[in-house]
Design a protein. Sequence first.
Length: 272
Amino acid sequence: GRNSFEFFNDQLSEGMHENLMLESALRMAVERNELVLHYQPLVSFNDFTVVGVEALIRWQHPIQGLIPPYKFIPLAEETGIIGDIGLWVLREACRQMVEWDKAGLNVARASVNISVQQIETGLLPKQVESVLKETGLAAERLYLELTESTIMQDPQQASLAMTEFQKMGVKLAVDDFGTGYSSMAYLKRLPLDRLKIDRSFIKDIGADTNDEVICKAIVQLAKSLGLETVAEGVEEESQAEFLKGLGCDVAQGYLYSKPVPALELTASWKKK
Ligand code: C2E
Ligand code: CA
Ligand code: CA
Ligand code: CA
């Protein structure tokens, strides 16, 4: 009826209004330096030393506090703001690495997440090149993380960009491995260095044998292709033991550390 139509219409425009507000707030957030990176350590399953960090974005909102990425990254991607945000993340992560170097803290590698829109523009390889030059970070110390869906959404552009990154010496990881619509073909065709096993396969280790079998298969597949494996979202000792037993190389998860501000990591490393 007419009433319910009106109702639906109001809801719709309200949602659109909210998005517009969020969009302009997000644009201002970039200019006002309200975006921050937190860093989560990656540890070796060999000796449990830190082998790198993943940079994860948050929005430090003056009123709402710390806003997690799932609340604004999708809109940033839809509106194209992700181009500016992504470049900022790259620059900030590389700058932070050099700052850690200067403080005598050797963080071997930093990982940065890349959205599909950054691949589609074709601008990313040049941007990465100039950020590395500008900050002085060695290319081998930067990992770019692309999800399977990013790779499959535009396989040609992704392949082009990835070849450029390989030439520069920048490392490449497939993020959330096993959750996208996987194509085994790209695994042998693309210059990959690392597979990150999605947390959804890790969280029920010990309870779901299907997940255990999948983890085992992913680790074996990666090994035969000469790729390093990272287990995402390791929360329990028993999961770590199982994954180490499979020959998984690197762990990331709350068991070791949540993502924390750079200063917090710096302080805890200096104490050690
Ligand atoms: P992701 O790349 O898969 O990042 C891993 C997520 O898992 C992070 O969530 C991290 O905090 C969380 N995590 C790590 N260990 C554990 C654990 O043991 N248990 C649980 N429950 N969670 C764990 P976060 O920081 O909220 O980021 C969510 C997603 O937002 C990321 O998923 C990534 O897709 C996206 N994102 C974050 N930063 C950026 C960025 O700079 N650029 C882009 N394009 N996307 C980003
Ligand atoms: Ca990631
Ligand atoms: Ca991931
Ligand atoms: Ca994930």
